[in-house]
Design a protein around this ligand. Structure first.
Ligand SMILES: [Zn+2]
Length: 331
């Protein structure tokens, strides 16, 4: 009897351990400049930095050798597949002929982060919650050919106010996280960019937008500790596609540091340090780091020797992606 009890308790312990999986929540705050993030009354941003790792000088798709442009899609493409626009062909907003395609098997196709997750762990549920049409699954969107690998998708472009759209989008993401066991999730929020285009990237309206985003972040963080998400080990990665110059209502010129400098926050997993990344970071770190945390054996990366560890972050190396020419070595 005693043996049975011991066996039963061991089994329970094992099943409890087995139930806890690594999960990832990627958050994209469209148009967020790190200095505007610091300037706002934003306790959740502050807490994520204090208890995670961060960079206030991270970069979007910009490299010293190739600035590309500040188009949102060019940059979100990197956050959603990890490869340079030179590889994917996603070089401008509205590029219909890019190669990011999970739905059709072809050697020339490049899988999205969700495609790569599904290839190795088909049971992990994925979700995309976006407030801008260029990201979603309609034609000429980044994930237009990735329907087969995204379990939950929410977008509502009908609402006039981007602030309202953000609220609805976060509500849908919270629902998927807490009730539907979503385990690899991307959430895109747009009101900072709307404030930038409407009033300027250093405007008081931007300040208000950042503070509203902060409130939404508290809902997302809380969701990772609630319901179906609660037992799992969450890594949160947050960044932005671009900022925008002082006094400007546009962000197309990606040679301006106020456009290409974005925040990078990494919270959970190995990142509970409260430290600033010492090396140059960028959007290229997001997908390899997420895949590493999810223990996705990225055969594409390994076969091409394409992904290397850089402190606690991972990054594709230039030999494969022609993304970075300097400053990103293993170690
Ligand atoms: Zn944008």
């Amino acid at each position: 009897m005693r043996l049975h009890l011991v066996t039963a308790s061991v089994c329970l312990a094992l099943s409890a351990t087995a139930a806890a999986e690594n999960r990832v929540l990627m958050i994209g705050v469209d148009g967020l400049r790190p200095d505007m993030m610091l300037k706002a009354n934003a306790p959740v941003f502050d807490a994520l930095m204090r208890t995670g790792s961060f960079s206030l000088t991270s970069r979007n798709v910009f490299t010293p050798d190739q600035a590309w442009n500040g188009h949102s899609a060019t940059n979100w493409g990197v956050m959603l597949n990890g490869f340079s626009p030179a590889v994917t062909g996603l070089t401008h907003n509205g590029d219909a002929e890019h190669l990011i395609n999970d739905d059709v098997k072809s050697e020339s196709n490049i899988l999205s982060v969700f495609g790569r997750i599904k290839r190795h762990n088909p049971s992990l549920k994925t979700g995309v919650f976006n407030t801008w049409g260029g990201i979603g699954m309609s034609r000429v969107s980044i994930l237009q050919d990735c329907r087969s690998t995204v379990d939950f998708h929410f977008s509502d472009y009908q609402m006039e106010s981007s602030a309202d759209r953000d609220v609805e989008t976060v509500s849908a993401a919270v629902d998927a996280l807490t009730k539907k066991d979503a385990g690899a999730v991307f959430v895109h929020l747009s009101q900072c960019d709307a404030a930038g285009h409407g009033y300027g990237y250093d405007s008081t309206q931007m300040n208000t937008a950042v503070e509203q985003i902060d409130l939404l972040l508290s809902r997302l963080v809380r969701a990772t500790r609630t319901g179906t998400a609660r037992v799992h080990n969450w890594l949160i990665l947050l960044s932005a596609d671009h900022g925008g110059p002082d006094g400007s209502r546009g962000h197309g010129d990606n040679t301006n540091p106020q456009t290409y400098t974005v925040p990078l926050l990494a919270w959970g997993g190995p990142f509970r340090h409260g430290t600033q990344f010492q090396k140059q970071t960028s959007l290229y770190n997001i997908v390899p780091t997420a895949l590493s945390w999810l223990k996705v054996d990225s055969d594409v990366d390994h076969r091409r020797r394409c992904s290397v560890r850089c402190s606690d972050l991972w990054i594709h190396i230039p030999a494969c992606c022609s993304a970075f020419q300097s400053g990103h070595k293993s170690g």
